[in-house]
Design a protein around this ligand. Structure first.
Ligand code: FPP
Length: 252
């Protein structure tokens, strides 16, 4: 247990939560408002969620903000999202830094405008030494892209003679992926009612507990996070073993 305003026993606390923040568009549509308004409300919910993770002592949070497939959305929506990212970076980075958050981005950066890329780099540099919460924003990211870039990294090493094909194992491939320096996500949350992974962290969720909620992302708050954490605390994580084996290991 810790003395946070959001106490949870240490054993029941995920070391890393990954979230697909889905439902912004439907939230806006239900209010007869443009989708961009839903994304703005979604950014506020993301802030609440970061606060709740800080309160709960969660060490790592990864948010899927923009997939590689999202570039196919209407120009107007993509433009609004880019404006939102720019404003969020301008407004939030100093505050995140003040709260001890380390900010990082995973994904292909080249397609973002220079002003967004510059602010991403500034945010990462400013918060580099913070350790209270590792916040990763996946932007122009997809799980398959991640696997491809890892395969390229290893292929280059093989071609350069520093790695033999036989030496490639799960650890070596895992180390070439994004987030390799963090514990694998324990809890994967998707809001918005759909039950799919949508090309998010494909490799990293191998043993992750999946939690789906119908709540649309703009309505996701500390209470919703608490529900997900409560559900996580009820799960038996066997990692391929049996319940009996786990019970034997737990008994002194
Ligand atoms: C999916 O909802 C959400 C997105 C594609 C964008 C996510 C972006 C944010 C939550 C705001 C920015 C976040 C940060 C961290 C600055 P959807 O549009 O697919 O919703 P729908 O399924 O209801 O249409």
């Amino acid at each position: 247990m810790n003395d946070s305003p959001f106490p949870i026993p240490d054993a029941a606390r995920p070391r890393h939560i990954a979230i697909i923040m889905d439902g912004n568009g439907r939230w806006a549509k239900a209010r007869h408002r443009p989708r961009s308004l839903g994304h703005r409300a979604g950014a506020r919910a993301a802030n609440l969620c970061i606060d709740a993770c800080l309160d709960a002592g969660i060490p790592a949070l990864t948010l899927f903000a923009f997939s590689r497939e999202n570039w196919q959305r209407p120009d107007e929506e993509v433009g609004a999202l880019m404006q939102l990212f720019l404003r969020a970076l301008d407004r939030e980075v100093d505050e995140l830094n003040r709260r001890g958050v380390r900010l990082r981005f995973i994904g292909e950066r080249d397609a973002f405008s220079p002003d967004i890329r510059e602010r991403m780099a500034r945010g990462e540099a400013l918060t580099l030494r913070n350790t209270r919460l590792h916040l990763t924003i996946a932007a122009d990211y997809s799980g398959r892209w991640d696997l491809v870039q890892a395969a390229r990294t290893l292929a280059r090493q093989v071609a350069g003679g520093s790695l033999s094909p036989e030496a490639i194992d799960e650890a070596r491939l895992g180390a070439a992926l994004a987030l390799s320096d963090l514990p694998e996500p324990d809890l994967f949350i998707r809001s918005g009612g759909d039950m799919r992974i949508s090309n998010f962290l494909l490799w990293q969720v191998a043993y992750c507990e999946l939690y789906f909620t119908d709540t649309l992302w703009p309505d996701f708050d500390a209470t919703e996070l608490r529900r997900a954490l409560d559900a996580f605390a009820q799960r038996e994580r066997r990692f391929g073993r049996t319940s009996e084996q786990l019970a034997m290991e737990a008994s002194p």
